[in-house]
Write a protein that binds this ligand. Sequence first.
Ligand code: PLP
Length: 455
Amino acid sequence: TPEGDPVRNLTYRLPQERRIVTALPGPASAALADRCSGSVGRAISPTTPGYMVDGDGGVLVDADGNSFIDLASGIAVTSVGVSDEKVVEAIREAAGHFTHTAFMSTPYESYVQVAEKLNEITPGDHDKRTVLFSTGAEAVENAVKISRAYTGKPGVVVMDRAYHGRTNLTMAMTAKNRPYKSGFGPFAPDVTRVPMSYPVRDGLTGEQAAARAIYRMEKEVGPENIACVVAEPIQGEGGFIVPAEGFLPAIAAWCRANDVVFVADEIQAGMCRTGDWFAVDHENIIPDLMTTAKGIAGGMPLSAVTGRAEIVDAPGVGTLGGTYSGNPVACAAAVAAMGQMADLDLAARAREIEQIIREELEPLTTTGRVAEVRGRGAMVAVELVDADGVPDPALTTAVVSTCLGEGVLVLSCGMDGNVLRLLPPLVIDEALLREGLGVLADAVRATVGQESAHV
Ligand code: PLP
């Protein structure tokens, strides 16, 4: 990085260090965990051994003074950090005036500012419109509603391993049974799943994989029945799967030719995470609609559907919305967070983070247990397999748990639960990031070593 890079010059409020000062969990966190199990529904069972009281840059600090390295960003949300000064100031300022008015009845400027900014940064220079909501699942549901209103058709097509949320329609769109769907049906009808490109497993080119998916759409549903195809440009929960080049452009082109709305779900991959504003920018794809959430508002609940004006405006006046949609405090945070992304050039920073992750983790392939280190920008995964090349969720769980015990927060994902996923805040300090990745690499080597000792 050249001298004077704004990210390198970031100052942090908290020491950027991994510091474990108690057994984990420490006494204060253990007491809170007890209260949690006595008061919170067990479906919500936190996996990290600390209850957090503070955070900054690349660290989260728990109630016992342990400082964890954050390689998760609250599931790809706090790209600008958990307490970015400008975001916090914007939240204070907005909340000091009003916390809520309900934009649908009593509007304010920050909602319009977020819409203008998203219309500007999303791909394509055509006329665009944006509508705001609170959660990612809500944005996906509304993208479907808009597509149905525009096309007058019912069908929704999604990809293998897709994740789009936990509401009823988005459960139908999400692939993985446990823990997301099992026992929660019946699900919404008219959702069809087609195969996505998964280069390391299917060996197909992007064009071949697209032809396979298009064949299924044409034969099983028919374009005359399809309102939209919804795809994550890089799959998140499904395993950080990057489709082969050419796959997404071919699907988008088929949609355009068949009066089908192409929806890019950028909720996890968007907002500088993959080294561009959006993951679709990599192949210059212009989606008809895009859903965003997570990183958009520095941790505040906010989501959006942005796209071609004639599509977004298909539903009539008053037909979309929700009490909290586009909350003013969340909108103020989003304006500040998107400002920081541009001012600090966090997209470039994401590309640097990819290099650092690859340097530290690609050597793990010599263990014979890493099928692939893949991803783009600061969205990189390590797929773990057993000695026969079969997905190894046990190894993955053991590595995650060793990392947590050593003060490094890391998540897993994938249909088979065998993928370590790295989503560090884009403002993480380089030395701290390398330390966290070192702990992770050691955890993989140690776990594989212990297994072979037992054979
Ligand atoms: N779509 C994608 C690609 C996601 O990764 C997620 C969440 O992980 C969602 C939708 C759902 O977002 P939320 O959890 O805010 O409802």
